[in-house]
Design a binder for this molecule. Structure first.
Ligand code: GUN
Ligand code: ZN
Length: 431
């Protein structure tokens, strides 16, 4: 039997969705808690005293007042955009043409892809992120690079080849047939191998012909347990362009729906400027909407309707959207989500809701809630330990806290990688 390890610290876990159930019923905090890890899985969670007595031979790892939670789950990112994060002065379409596409062309070099994959997984791990759903580039080697690097780290990953056969520069276009063939080969190579999962990835309707969307819809029908990730209703100019490119479509979502790309296991990034029909269809099929708040402010896209969409029962995940997003940190991302809901004037998002979105909520959106995203026996031991007093500014504020939520909130609003004390991936200490 593999050694039992007992992590001591404060613990935070969820037994229900804190958008549906009262916070004090959904979230559970233990100030002297423990997480028992063995064979890559969480085996028990509870009071330190009880677990120590029940497992006297376990190796103790004492994090003191550190807060142990599930590792962060980033439900939408572009690892190839690591090098162009924080590029100045453009909105979506100009930003893609000026910064993103020229950078993505560089991934025709497999060595550059490998270096970037390594750097990206180092940066996200330093920020406490243990699972990512990432776009790659059109180059199959860019997909191999990220999956291979994640495999070596024993890390859970969702990724796919970004498909584009129009409105992209030379060197960054495939075809309907090659997108189908390459995606199929990559999917057969990586999907379900260890902790890796494939997502069929049409970038967005403006860069895919109807023929390419149909080919990828057919591939998804042949592999129904895969995920599908794309972008939806991010900026008004983009939506207008989609209407011109697809004159027969009822709306943006219909460009996916008409081609077999709308159902459960579909992940739709941004989803800001939705029509009532689009909202109803997304909810009816149980698709996932991925909120990318630092990207939505940075590229100037708009204010996601978290309160309204949650009230409708949509499945929502949280994501950095690097490099359109301006941070690798899910803490910075939670802060931006809070600020956007404040700007909308809806009920303030609670610290518990923000933490849930960045862990269990994103895991549910990725259809991985039975594997990751919470401190529950049987789930994979992907953990982050947060220092709730990581800077002088945060320390002086959390010192005044009357309860755990007031102690966590300054780290959510002001924290970054300095707050990440330790990271465990698949039951092994990775940082
Ligand atoms: N829409 C299509 N491609 C992209 C991308 O790379 N980033 C963002 N934010 N939106 C997109
Ligand atoms: Zn994106």
């Amino acid at each position: 039997m593999q050694t039992e390890q007992l992590l001591l610290g404060q613990t935070l876990r969820f037994s229900a969705d804190p958008f549906q159930a009262p916070i004090n019923e959904a979230a559970h905090h233990e100030s002297k808690g423990a997480v028992l890890v063995q064979g890559g899985l969480i085996r028990a969670v509870g009071p330190a005293e009880r677990l120590r007595a029940a497992h006297p031979d376990a190796r103790i790892v004492d994090y003191g007042a550190g807060l142990i939670t599930a590792g962060f789950v980033d439900a939408h990112a572009h690892y190839p955009q690591t090098g162009i994060i924080a590029s100045w002065g453009k909105r979506l379409i100009d930003w893609l043409n000026s910064y993103t596409f020229p950078e993505e062309i560089r991934f025709s070099d497999p060595e550059y892809a490998r270096e970037t994959a390594r750097l990206y997984l180092d940066l996200t791990r330093a920020n406490g992120t243990t699972t990512i759903a990432s776009f790659c580039t059109i180059h199959p080697a860019s997909v191999d690079a990220l999956f291979e690097e994640a495999r070596q780290r024993g890390q859970r990953l969702v990724a796919g080849k970004t498909c584009m056969d129009r409105n992209a520069p030379d060197g960054l276009r495939d075809t309907a047939q090659s997108a189908y063939d390459d995606s199929k080969a990559l999917l057969e190579k990586w999907h379900g191998r260890g902790r890796l999962a494939y997502a069929i990835t049409p970038r967005f309707s403006p860069t895919s012909s109807p023929g390419q969307l149909a080919a990828l819809g057919a591939l998804w029908a042949e592999h129904p347990d895969c995920l599908m990730q794309t972008h939806l209703c991010e900026q008004p100019d983009e939506i207008k362009w989609v209407a011109e490119l697809f004159p027969d479509a009822r709306d943006y979502l219909d460009t996916y729906e008409q081609h077999g790309l709308l159902r459960e296991r579909g992940l739709f990034g941004h989803a800001i400027h939705l029509t009532p029909r689009e909202r109803a269809r997304l909810r009816d099929v149980g698709a996932s909407l991925i909120h990318c708040p630092t990207s939505n402010t940075f590229i100037g896209s708009g204010l996601f309707d978290m309160a309204g969409l949650m009230a409708e029962g949509q499945h929502i995940g949280l994501a950095t959207d690097t490099g359109g997003g301006s941070s690798f940190s899910m803490l910075r991302t939670m802060a931006a989500a809070y600020e956007i809901s404040q700007l909308r004037g809806t009920a303030a998002l609670h610290a518990a809701q923000l933490m849930w979105l960045a862990t269990a909520g994103s895991a549910r959106a990725l259809h991985l809630a039975d594997k990751i995203g919470n401190l529950s026996p049987g789930l994979e031991a992907d953990l982050v330990v947060l220092d709730l007093a990581s800077t002088p500014a945060i320390r002086q504020r959390s010192a005044r806290a009357g309860d755990i939520w007031e102690a966590i909130f300054p780290t959510i609003m002001m924290g970054d990688d300095r707050a990440v004390k330790s990271v465990w991936i698949g039951g092994k200490k990775a940082l």
